[in-house]
Write a protein that binds this ligand. Structure first.
Ligand SMILES: NC(=O)c1ccc[n+]([C@@H]2O[C@H](COP(=O)([O-])OP(=O)(O)OC[C@H]3O[C@@H](n4cnc5c(N)ncnc54)[C@H](O)[C@@H]3O)[C@@H](O)[C@H]2O)c1
Length: 338
């Protein structure tokens, strides 16, 4: 494509659309949002006012009448396939929020459809652009902590408990495809894969402690990677503001890397040269900017034929890891991810 700017339609104008819009304004500045779509006319109108775009309440009508080359799909998980397939059929480039879909079958249909069209398809996973995780991997590759043994990740996410019928899609198992692991847990599974390599097998447990949440509201996974290293991952919905967490810890034969969470998050390296720990970088800013980095990447793949940071086939890994956990809960055994 020889254009210098990308006309984009935002499909779904709910919570995450705000983060994407901020990222477009601040970082992905070659994108022009010309069209917004939401079946909730209030949400569509509010987003149109913010962006200056034309609002639609029906995707098909937007595809017929709107002026845009690409779409950013930010819909409940069970609607990803419906929307992506319509957009591919209308010859649009597609950015699709994670997880690809709520089931493996649906995700595979989306991937198959994307392979039949000559358009860009990318899955939005902003953790791919977290600069602290990228730095941690660089330090690991440079031997800063020796041979890698293990990792841990902690994802604590506050949710509301005062929801009423009809349940929001995220609380509805059929619409979300699972609970905390398939949803926000994806943003912890991706960094573990980036730092530790591909996940081979998973075993774990999960439970529900939030009555309205039909999927699991907590899970504990033990992950075995193809290279023999291991990780534990805690995914936890909470009903209160959670206390400070260590987001990730990577342990090697000669040291450790910690990524701490919260507003004072830091990447800290411990090894024989830094027995008290060296603060390598701030771990907050790169996360705040990661939605913009993701949209910038997408725009450059479309406009400049750049290679995307992570392919959709790779992005299947978060969904497959969550599904392996769900199978493991049923079987009580290790389950293969791929
Ligand atoms: N990357 C992240 O950090 C992150 C965070 C939250 C959500 N997400 C993902 O983003 C997606 C959306 O989540 P959300 O939290 O923004 O949800 P949300 O419920 O806040 O927003 C979804 C919007 O889609 C609209 N909608 C529903 N059906 C529609 C249809 N058929 N056509 C057009 N609009 C329709 C709703 O009215 C709503 O405004 C999900 O895939 C979710 O996993 C990602």
């Amino acid at each position: 494509m020889t254009q210098s700017r990308l006309k984009l339609a935002l499909i779904g104008c709910g919570g995450i659309a705000q983060a994407h819009w901020q990222g477009i304004k601040q970082i992905a500045t070659r994108i022009d949002v010309t069209t917004v779509v939401d079946t909730n006319s209030t949400n569509a109108k509010a987003m149109a006012e913010q962006t200056g775009a034309h609002a639609y309440t029906d995707l098909q009508e937007a595809l017929q009448k709107g002026s845009f080359d690409a779409v950013d799909i930010m819909l409940p998980h069970d609607l990803h396939e419906f929307a992506a397939l319509q957009c591919f059929a209308a010859a649009k480039h597609v950015l699709l929020e994670k997880p690809i879909a709520h089931t493996l079958q649906s995700a595979e249909r989306i991937l198959a459809a994307s392979n039949r069209v000559d358009k860009v398809f990318m899955v939005a996973e902003q953790a791919q652009y977290w600069s602290d995780v990228i730095k941690a991997r660089e330090l690991m590759d440079a031997g800063a902590i020796g041979d890698i043994i293990s990792a841990s990740g902690n994802f604590y996410d506050r949710v509301a408990n005062d929801v009423r019928e009809p349940l929001p899609w995220r609380y509805n198992l059929a619409k979300a495809g699972g609970g905390v692991t398939i949803d926000g847990g994806a943003h912890w599974i991706r960094p573990l894969r980036m730092m530790m390599g591909e996940v081979d097998e998973v075993i774990g447990v999960a439970g529900r402690h939030i009555p309205q949440m039909q999927g699991e509201s907590w899970s504990r996974l033990l992950l075995k990677f193809e290279n023999g290293s291991v990780a534990t991952l805690a995914c936890q919905n909470v009903l209160y503001a959670p206390g400070p967490v260590e987001m990730f810890r990577i342990t090697g034969t000669e040291g450790e890397i910690q990524i701490t969470g919260g507003r004072n998050g830091e990447l800290i390296l411990f090894n024989p040269d830094h027995p008290k720990g060296r603060v390598v970088m701030n771990a907050v800013e790169g996360k705040i900017n990661s939605y913009g980095a993701e949209l910038k990447d997408f725009s450059e793949v479309v406009l400049d034929a750049k290679t995307m940071a992570a392919t959709p086939a790779y992005a299947l890994g978060e969904l497959r890891t969550a599904l392996a956990l769900y199978r493991s809960i049923e079987s009580g055994r290790w389950e293969k991810v791929w």
